[in-house]
Ligand binder design. Structure first.
Ligand SMILES: [Ca+2]
Length: 132
């Protein structure tokens, strides 16, 4: 039984409310570029593998199960592909919900110049504070 899917459709039927934050122009552009770049067969859609690398290119460490779930949720006509509109919608959500800790981890990698991995998160925090 796919009761969950039915409920989802009913909820989605009341018109599209968009009171979320918007992406910056730069972020939108980044998403569009990732789509174009990783649509390797240029059919204007991302299949499973293209989708996986495109999402990773945007800085998200997706697992196979995550990609599979997206395909299940968004590939409504079972084409095995995700359109640019769907991809933009998915990535907009993800980018807006991005965990700030991930940004700190990226900063960590920048500070950890000799790649020892020893630089710990507390040191990063104090460095960031010193620089403010
Ligand atoms: Ca493609």
């Amino acid at each position: 039984m796919s009761a969950g899917a039915v409920v989802g459709r009913v909820e989605g039927g009341g018109g599209r409310r968009r009171k979320r934050r918007e992406l910056t122009e730069e972020q939108k552009q980044e998403i569009g570029e990732a789509f174009a770049l990783f649509d390797s067969d240029k059919d204007q859609a991302l299949d499973y593998h293209e989708l996986k690398v495109a999402i990773r290119a945007l800085g998200f460490d997706v697992k196979k199960a995550d990609v599979q779930k997206i395909m299940n949720d968004f590939d409504k006509d079972d084409s095995g592909k995700i359109s640019l509109a769907d991809f933009t919608e998915i990535m907009t959500d993800w980018v807006l919900k991005r965990d700030p800790r991930e940004e700190i981890l990226k900063a960590f990698q920048l500070f950890d110049e000799d790649k020892t991995g020893i630089y710990n998160i507390h040191s990063v925090r104090s460095d960031i504070c010193l620089n403010l």
